[in-house]
Design a binder for this molecule. Sequence first.
Ligand code: CA
Length: 440
Amino acid sequence: MPRLNVTHDPSLRSWVESANAAGADFPLQNLPFAAFRRAGGGEAFRGGVAIGDQVLDLGALQELAPFAGQAAAALAACTAPSLNALMGAGAAAASALRAALSQALRAGAAQAAALRALLVPQAAAEYRVAADIGDYTDFYASIHHATAVGRLMRPDNPLLPNYKWLPVAYHGRASSVRVSGQGVVRPRGQLMPPGASRPELLPTRRLDYELELGVFVGAGNALGSPVPLAEAERHIFGLCLLNDWSARDVQAWEYQPLGPFLAKNFATTVSPWVVTLEALAPYRVPWTRPAGEPEPVAYLDDPGVRAAGALDIHLEAALESASMRAAGVPAARLSHSNFRDSWWTVAQMLAHHTVNGCNLQPGDLLGSGTQSGPRPEEAGSLLELTAGGKQPLTLPGGETRTFLEDGDRLTLRAWCEREGCARIGFGAAAGTVLPAGSAG
Ligand code: CA
């Protein structure tokens, strides 16, 4: 479990001035990684680290050979167009690189003059998904989301008997994971409206978002070798934002008996920046179960998880309609929740995923499931916020929404903030809904 070290010191300042601004997502204590390039020039993607409103080009930094030992080896992995090699190098290598970057970007660092030439403004950068994702699994780890959605489908029996005992998940689609900023074409699907006798192929009428965190796997495990819970975090590189776009009407008709399929696999949007688990160390909180709830089976229980396995991460979803955009009206917050309310931790999800011997590989992606909080206004999807489409929301300007309309831009954000700690932001994961049949 990552402990606090000098890189977390809230008094640290960077020679990149924008990193020292109050409320900045990317201060010196964060140092998230992405795969990036200058926009529009057809350059190769390579690794970058965020500092203030800049990206430090790690591909170019490698040519200066500024570091030694494990940090140098980890930096060499950042010249590739995706971060799989860095992720696969393991937590100790990523930690050594973080420590070296923290020193080099610190106010007064001797390397400042040389490194200044390697900064690219984030406004002039473009990104790809941080890793080549071999496999993607989406969990369902918020009991508040599972209960609210279950109640819509089964009012008398919202939670199925397994829910409190194991991290429920399904295998998702890696090929349609896209980075923030790309459009999402409204999917067509087979719909069976209530009372109809035959399904029809139509554009979804119930397009929704899901407010989730993504987890990029670091070092993998061999097939047949489960990862014990106490070691699970050593296999996690970091966290990003994840929007699991969902077609609720397609889902309602297709999900039984095998679960989500075409209602989910047409698009998933992730943030470009991956915040390492080490950067989140100041925001660890105890993982607990409310009194009267079942204690986990032994392989999902660990003193380290109980002491500090949960993460205090604020999550937010905001919507901007096409007419709001045209009128210059800022996006409206739809909901706000916190990952500390999750029924399962990221380590428990990873340990459970491998308990049967299933092998995870560097760059695999896990979704946390929609993170809804205990209060109705903390719901992480429109399905919940509108009571299954029965109670429309009103946007600034008077438009109403039950589900997403063409032109709507949905933005997820996350951040950690507490007195005495540096703010750790995740940036954003945004996507705009495009009409059915458009090129995307
Ligand atoms: Ca989901």
